[in-house]
Design a protein around this ligand. Structure first.
Ligand SMILES: *[C@@H]1O[C@H](CO)[C@@H](O)[C@H](O)[C@H]1NC(C)=O
Ligand SMILES: *[C@@H]1O[C@H](CO)[C@@H](O)[C@H](O)[C@H]1NC(C)=O
Length: 358
């Protein structure tokens, strides 16, 4: 821990320990932190409770998540501060319109964005949904576009299908667009945002975003400026250092782009567990014991700056199993409701334990 933090915590927190409960500043600070954060999780029901606790803790900048399905994770269902984005994986999900509507209506009010058709240009074996553009356009117009106006229920911000980051993906989008305009000559398939996937180097991501930006802002397209949400991104098949460097470049870039509404790193799993064979282990946010990797530590820090800076909100240290001091001892909990900034929260628990020992 850094000496400076130790000193500040001592001054701010230990002396007025009893008054601390009266100042609920932390909550406000954390909510604001999440509200401004674009950071999300592409998340497959993680079996490790400790990992979940860390990912969805109030100190974490994670503001949204999705599960590649219409089902939220039961454990985070009641976390209103974190938006769940349902995803319509394939046309099967919307085949029964009533069923589909009921499912959406049952989601928490904090869910406002709907993702559609995961990698329709990719095959099922790699998580794609292999949908012909014509079929996707028909299902989109029948079942998804009407949700934007809230036909018969809540209204949703609906995304266009998220294709693979490749020429094949772009070609699929072109054919989808053509089918949409064939079916609806006035409006095509209107959308509120665009979901983007990218696996590769930072420069490639910049290029792919430019390509899509041009595609969606062609002179004849809707005037509205669509937000982009990068719902999968990683540097596959590389080592830890390369992955960390890439994330270090990416985060500030995406945080600074006005037209990016959110982004999610792939993937939220432990080394050696769910990482798919293609991406490799270096993309993991957790090590094989559930501690954060350097990548995980960077992703869960609220700043978008580099790993070694003192200003990046480095409260999540690599190797920790949770925010420091967050393991439920009473002194830590009492002290934590008073702190003015987030990094001091974690240290309060450590300080309290130190006091007791002393
Ligand atoms: C939904 O999208 C519209 C633009 O189409 C935007 O104005 C609105 O703020 C969005 N709603 C939410 C909840 O983000
Ligand atoms: C979508 O199709 C319409 C109608 O053919 C066309 O005017 C428009 O340029 C297409 N948009 C894109 C992005 O290709």
């Amino acid at each position: 821990m850094r000496p400076l933090y130790y000193y500040q915590t001592y001054m701010v927190c230990i002396f007025p320990l009893l008054l601390c409960n009266l100042l609920p500043l932390v909550d406000a600070d954390n909510k604001e932190n999440k509200a401004q954060s674009k950071r999300g999780l592409a998340y497959q029901n993680d079996a490790h409770k400790a990992d979940n606790k860390l990912l969805f803790s109030p100190e974490s900048p994670v503001a949204w998540y999705y599960t590649w399905s219409l089902w939220p994770t039961p454990e985070v269902h009641d976390t209103r501060a974190v938006e769940f984005l349902p995803l319509v994986h394939s046309t099967d999900d919307v085949a029964d319109g009533d069923d589909f509507r009921q499912r959406l209506d049952g989601l928490p009010d904090s869910s406002t964005h709907l993702l559609t058709f995961n990698e329709p240009d990719g095959d099922m074996g790699s998580g794609g949904s292999a949908i012909e553009p014509e079929d996707a356009a028909r299902a989109y117009l029948d079942r998804l576009a009407p949700l934007r106006a809230g036909a018969g229920g809540r209204s949703w911000n609906v995304s266009h299908p998220s294709v693979t980051g490749s020429p094949r993906g772009l070609d699929w989008l072109r054919r989808f667009n053509a089918s949409c305009w064939d079916l609806d000559r006035d409006r095509g398939c209107p959308a509120d945002f665009v979901a983007v996937h990218w696996y590769g180097e930072y420069e490639g991501l910049v290029g792919w975003l430019d390509t899509l930006h041009d595609f969606y802002n062609s002179p004849s397209s809707e005037k509205q400026q669509l937000k982009f949400w990068i719902t999968e991104m990683a540097l596959p098949q590389q080592g830890d250092e390369a992955a960390l460097r890439m994330m270090n470049q990416k985060l500030p870039y995406l945080d600074g782009l006005d037209y990016v509404g959110g982004y999610a790193w792939f993937g939220v799993f432990r080394k050696g567990e769910e990482a798919n064979a293609w991406t490799g282990d270096a993309v993991s946010l957790f090590d094989d014991e559930g501690g954060l990797t350097e990548l995980g530590s960077l992703y869960l820090s609220s700043g978008s700056g580099s790993q070694d800076g003192n200003n990046g909100g480095g409260e999540f240290e690599p190797g920790t199993k949770g925010p420091p001091g967050n393991d439920g001892d009473e002194e830590g909990a009492a002290a934590s409701s008073c702190l003015v900034s987030r990094w001091t929260v974690g240290l309060a628990g450590v300080m309290a334990v130190g006091l007791v020992a002393w």
